[in-house]
Design a protein around this ligand. Structure first.
Ligand SMILES: Cc1ncc(COP(=O)(O)O)c(C=O)c1O
Length: 406
């Protein structure tokens, strides 16, 4: 579904009405859009459960709310302290930490508590990780076995390795390398190998339909098609090789941008995804996923430098990544505003240019979308949940709960 201009204008009236009592800056989640996005994600996963990428939500209430929906199962956390926090709060008994940890006290905490050790799985990709875990639990009276999963490199390589697409993550790329690490894990009585994960960021995290860039779009599609074919065969071979050594509880793959394609691979048992729920601007240019903007932030207009320009308070919340223009927040509503190329979104003020600027008064609200999903929650202590034209709840973000994990 495309989000048409008239829907956006109706949204502006509705969101302004719902939040008229709030003083900007503030952040909201439009719950109707959030639910529609969740349903679209579940439908694309075609029966395979979605493990919720918590980094892309960063709000305990919304994580719990989503886990209550059919089609979502378990959390894909981003740090071990975060996983311990979520597990110890009793929210979820199935948490996989998607990135390796070197945090010795957190590993010791994990091994010391039977319930937490049964709920949390940590990611490894080298014998060094195994050594670190063993070192962390040395000296504990009765350490519980640590659940581990192997991270597999799902990147795409061509031209004998001279071309590479995809995040640089694990060194484990082949069935032989995975077998070797799996054997090393199985040889250590303090560890339990329970799963595999292979995240294809070059497909799930790269939009294949960027507006106004037909040649780039074509190159992305060719790369993604080749990568998907290569990965499906390699992932299946790796899964078969490791399953020949030990049963696995899960094989995790994919993300919001590849839900349907990854779910179609028989070797994959679950998809890790979350960004689609908030639908930030980086997810506007996918053929494989369409959704509605759900997370937004509102800034007040505080001055008018001249005709055709107003200035909003704050707004400089760039997203992580390569530092390109795609990572900058976008003015969303009212339509017809754009950032100043020279200033972008500023630390303390953001000029907005365009015909609409002259219709705005000082004190009016401008709505923005963030480029990425959960990072917005590092800028606000709470999210106002809007249903229809009412704020139905106000819930803390991770930051609002005093938690900053990465
Ligand atoms: C391991 C892993 N799985 C899945 C995802 C996809 O998450 P999302 O759908 O929130 O973009 C990511 C994102 O970076 C990831 O690192």
């Amino acid at each position: 579904m495309t989000w048409s201009g008239s829907s956006a204008a109706a949204d502006l009236r509705r969101l302004d009405a719902a939040t008229a009592h709030l003083e900007a800056p503030f952040a909201i989640v439009d719950m109707a859009a959030f639910r529609a996005n969740a349903a679209a994600m579940v439908s694309r996963a075609a029966g395979k459960p979605i493990r919720l990428a918590s980094k892309s939500v960063r709000c305990r209430y919304l994580i719990e709310h989503t886990l209550g929906m059919t089609g979502f199962r378990g959390i894909l956390a981003f740090t071990l302290p975060e996983a311990l926090w979520l597990s110890e709060s009793g929210m979820c008994g199935d948490i996989v930490v998607a990135y390796p940890t070197a945090d010795q006290p957190a590993l010791a905490r994990l091994a010391a508590d039977p319930a937490t050790a049964a709920a949390v799985t940590v990611m490894v990709d080298s014998p060094e990780h195994l050594d670190l875990i063993e070192k962390a639990v040395t000296g504990l009276a009765d350490p519980r076995p640590i659940r581990v999963a192997i991270d597999i490199d799902a990147g795409y390589e061509a031209l004998g390795g001279r071309f590479r697409a995809g995040a640089r993550r694990s060194p484990i790329r082949t069935p032989a390398a995975a077998t070797q690490l799996a054997k090393a894990i199985l040889a250590r009585p303090g560890l339990r190998l329970v799963g595999l994960m292979a995240y294809e960021s070059q497909i799930a995290g790269v939009g294949d339909d960027p507006p106004g860039r037909p040649l780039y779009a074509r190159a992305v599609r060719i790369m993604q098609r080749r990568s998907a074919g290569e990965l499906a065969a390699r992932r299946a071979a790796i899964v078969a090789a490791v399953r020949a050594l030990t049963p696995l509880e899960f094989v995790n793959g994919g993300g919001t941008g590849s839900l349907a394609a990854t779910a179609a691979e028989p070797a994959v048992t679950e998809i890790g995804a979350g960004s689609g729920l908030y639908h930030p601007t980086l997810f506007d240019s996918y053929r494989g996923f369409t959704g509605r903007p759900a997370a937004m932030f509102a800034l007040p207009v505080v001055r008018r430098p001249g005709p055709g320009v107003v200035t909003a308070l704050g707004g400089g919340y760039p997203a992580s990544g390569p530092g390109t223009a795609s990572r900058v927040p976008s003015p969303y509503l009212p339509a017809g505003l754009r950032l100043d190329r020279e200033e972008g979104a500023g630390e303390v003020q953001t000029p907005l240019i365009g015909a609409t600027a002259d219709q705005l008064k000082i004190g009016d609200t401008v709505w923005f979308r963030h480029a990425k999903a959960g990072e917005l929650c590092e800028r606000f202590t709470e999210l106002h949940l809007v249903d229809g034209d009412t704020v139905v709840a106000t819930v803390p973000t991770y930051r609002g709960e005093g938690q900053a994990f990465a």
